[in-house]
Design a protein around this ligand. Structure first.
Ligand SMILES: Cc1ncc(COP(=O)(O)O)c(C=O)c1O
Length: 296
């Protein structure tokens, strides 16, 4: 394939738009229900609101919350809504991210840094059911960690006993899904929470799919076991949780960590532990920002 060169001359939107429309002719027709993946559509009305709202603020940049308090306010609202839907206690906090993968990356980084700060840098292993999203392997690869994938039980949920047997002195975190992507089932999160408490390690609940769905299912009478911050917390290890809202792609990653979030350094910036990174001296604006993407 020849590499396309930047055209010498621009074209008008009148010519460009039909070109883009014809490019879309080869795409799956998700509007007609021809696609089970990738597009999370809530119908014409919601789509119109999302488009309008996105267009209103697509030029402003979250890198500058002081310049754009509107963006800060909306992010705070979304994070706050997520925290209350998930029953988070006082002192819990969260960030906006670009999606599930970034949320998982930041949660794993927060956990890794937690153990390093405790002088337990030997904890470099994450124990997960076979069914968890590959983003945990990506995070581990980026952060110099390893993942132990444990076969699931006969009903496709996490096998808590097998995971308990896999946890060792290097384990920093166990993971559960609510629900997992391949089978759509919610793991025995109470069981994994007990395991995390017994072994004094972190529990991360990947609720990328269920975080904004399961709370409403419960409100509508579906009998769901606790999967969120209602779970008991062990002495030093907070449960963490990811969840996803309607796109354009951005969603909060929530975690409880009352001690650090209450520290003035972070509560003043309204950001959470993942923003802890060694910022070099730099003459432009302070690059402190929640999550991995300052500009958004
Ligand atoms: C359970 C679960 N975790 C993580 C992810 C990754 O999310 P993203 O594709 O937004 O990075 C997905 C994506 O479908 C998912 O279903």
């Amino acid at each position: 394939m020849t590499r396309p060169a930047l055209p010498e001359h621009g074209v008008s939107w009148g010519r460009l738009k039909p070109q883009m429309e014809s490019l879309a002719e080869g795409d799956f027709d998700w509007r007609a229900g021809r696609l089970a993946l990738y597009v999370f559509d809530a119908g014409d009305e919601v789509r119109a609101v999302v488009k309008d709202a996105y267009a209103m603020f697509m030029t402003e940049n979250g890198l500058g919350p002081a310049a754009f308090p509107s963006l800060r306010r909306m992010e705070d609202d979304v994070v706050g809504f997520g925290l209350s839907l998930l029953g988070a206690p006082e002192g819990a906090c969260g960030d906006m991210t670009s999606g599930g993968t970034e949320s998982i990356l930041m949660a794993v980084k927060t956990c890794r840094d937690y153990w390093r700060a405790k002088d337990e840098a030997k904890r470099t292993e994450i124990v997960v059911p076979q069914s968890v999203h590959p983003a945990f392997n990506k995070a581990a690869e980026y952060l110099g960690l390893t993942v132990k994938r444990v076969p699931v039980a006969g009903d496709f949920t996490a096998d808590v006993n097998a995971m308990a047997a896999a946890v060792g002195e290097h384990t920093m975190m166990v993971v559960a899904s609510a629900p997992c992507f391949p089978y759509g089932v919610i793991d025995d999160i109470e069981g994994l929470s007990r395991l995390a408490i017994d072994r004094d390690i972190w529990l991360h609940v990947d609720a990328c799919v269920g975080g904004y769905f399961a709370p409403f299912a419960r409100m509508n009478g579906v009998n769901l076991s606790p999967f969120d911050f209602a779970l008991p917390v062990c002495g030093r290890c907070p449960p963490t949780c990811t969840n996803t809202a309607t796109r354009p792609k951005a969603h909060p990653r929530c975690f409880t960590d009352p001690l650090r979030c209450a520290s003035i350094k972070f509560s003043a910036l309204a950001i959470g532990p993942p923003a802890i990174w060694s910022r070099p001296p730099w003459r432009a604006q302070d690059p402190a920002a929640p999550s991995q993407r300052p500009g958004r």
